[in-house]
Write a protein that binds this ligand. Structure first.
Ligand SMILES: O=C(CO)COP(=O)(O)O
Length: 263
């Protein structure tokens, strides 16, 4: 089955009510290839799945205003059933609010909040068990890349998730090299393709050929309107997780890169 191009916008810890409304208006007015609008068999391969991820407090507002062919994601959720965990948001709450997606294991949470591979694996498994769809983030630091351990790091992060997942239908991997996040230093198309290809190979060998072929691996790290086309042309790049540029109108151009022909 063809992997549908996926574009996620991670708004991180940004925005006021006014700014959020402005971004949603821009998205709602954009003409992009999308599921519901196109909706025909002939153009099926052409469409993109678009998911935006505002901070928790804006989720209900964004969900209520956003066009129906785009979806929303939370940026995190608690690892198990909710309860006495002050300051946390549970997966049950996301389900209750009708939030279909959640981003888990973002490098900012791994690095700043000390989320371990195991902890992220548990979160992914729990969120999936409640029916949430998960964007699972993985990626190496500059130090790890320079010491030649990129694939070992990415494989260990993936294994901690794979060990706890049995149904892969609702999993998208986001490969986000830490050195490319928010730095303006984007991975070259060849660097992105290399890791995506290796990761797919890892999935084939350790999970199964079918799952490796159908699971989307998207790239994140300084993606913008200018560099998205070259990246989108890479065979194993199935879309993007966009930070800074997802707050700007150029996010629309990034969505449109879904139509770029693969090399
Ligand atoms: O972390 C990211 C998306 O999750 C990428 O952020 P930037 O696009 O701002 O580099």
């Amino acid at each position: 089955m063809a992997r549908k191009f996926f574009v996620g916008g991670n708004w991180k810890c940004n925005g006021t009510t006014g700014e959020v409304k402005k971004i949603v208006t821009t998205l709602n007015e954009a003409e992009v290839p999308s599921e519901d609008v196109v909706g025909s068999l002939i153009l099926f391969f052409w469409v993109a799945e678009v998911v935006v991820s505002p901070p928790f407090v804006f989720l209900p507002l964004v969900k209520s205003l956003l066009r129906s062919d785009f979806h929303v994601a939370a940026q995190n959720c608690w690892v198990r059933k909710g309860g006495a965990f002050t300051g946390e948001i549970s997966a049950e709450m996301l389900v209750n609010l009708g939030i279909p997606w959640v981003i888990l294991g973002h490098s900012e949470r791994r690095a700043i909040l000390n989320e371990s591979n195991d902890f992220v694996g548990d979160k992914v498994a729990y969120a999936l068990s409640l029916g949430l769809k998960v964007i699972a983030c993985i990626g190496e630091t500059l130090e790890q890349r320079e010491s030649g351990s990129t694939m070992a790091v990415v494989a260990a992060q993936t294994k901690a998730i794979a060990d706890k997942v049995s149904n892969w239908d609702n999993v998208v991997f986001a490969y986000e090299p830490v050195w490319a996040i928010g730095t303006g230093k984007v991975a070259t198309p060849a660097q992105a393709q290399e890791v995506h290809c290796e990761l797919r190979k890892w999935l084939k060998e350790n999970v199964g050929a079918e799952i490796a072929a159908s699971t989307r691996i998207i790239y994140g790290g300084s993606v913008n309107g200018a560099n998205c086309k070259e990246l989108a042309a890479q065979r194993d790049v199935d879309g993007f997780l966009v930070g800074g540029a997802s707050l700007k109108p150029e996010f629309i151009d990034i969505i449109k890169s879904a139509t770029v022909k693969k090399n």
